[in-house]
Ligand binder design. Structure first.
Ligand SMILES: [Zn+2]
Length: 196
């Protein structure tokens, strides 16, 4: 600590310091981000007119993986990248108020939802005395889950544009996207899942 303190500016010390909580460190990182930040002068409408719905998985860096820049897209993320009512809410606002036209869905291999079942809700109910109102949306077949998500977007009555909706599985070990045919049958030969 003190050795690096003598060699670096106080700003550099802050950036690498492990002091405080994780959120303390995030707030310190923001001071460095803001120091170099120039107002890009953008409005809120995404430049590429696309909304990306993806899993919250920490291994999925959407902007890097898809070549996206600041201001390009809306990103809507949750556990599984599931198209819930709240995702439809965001997509509706994205299209009707902020001009997006395309919807890209990105699920991924080795998703945490594959290890859960709806029992998760019952276990929570047993523990806290109240069952969550939401579904876990656990799944066993990621391809089928992407198809279901595409279908929920395409059949939503609230969206203006459902003609350019495409779904993909991101492989967390290779970084590659694999497109899912919305009408396709399952392709068990493609999966290396021993449980399949
Ligand atoms: Zn996931």
């Amino acid at each position: 600590m003190s050795t690096s303190a003598s060699a670096h500016s106080s700003a550099a010390i802050d950036a690498t310091s492990t002091e405080g909580t994780v959120i303390d460190r995030l707030v310190r990182a923001n001071t460095h981000y803001a120091a170099d930040f120039a107002d890009p002068g953008m409005d809120a409408r995404p430049v590429r007119r696309v909304a990306v719905v993806a899993c919250m998985d920490a291994r999925l860096d959407l902007h890097a993986a898809l070549g996206l820049e600041l201001g390009d897209c809306h990103t809507i993320r949750n556990a599984g990248g599931v198209v819930t009512d709240d995702v439809i809410r965001s997509l509706t606002i994205s299209q009707r108020a902020l001009g997006t036209r395309s919807v890209m869905l990105v699920h991924h291999t080795n998703c945490g939802l594959e290890d859960l079942t709806e029992d998760f809700r019952h276990e929570i109910e047993d523990e806290v005395g109240q069952r969550p109102a939401w579904a876990v949306e656990a799944f066993r077949d990621v391809d089928q889950d992407v198809r279901q998500s595409m279908k929920r977007v395409r059949t939503s009555p609230f969206l203006l544009y459902a003609d350019d909706v495409r779904g993909f599985v991101f492989d967390v070990t290779t970084g590659r996207l694999r497109e899912i045919d919305p009408a396709g049958a399952d392709t068990p030969a493609d999966t290396a899942d021993p449980a399949a």
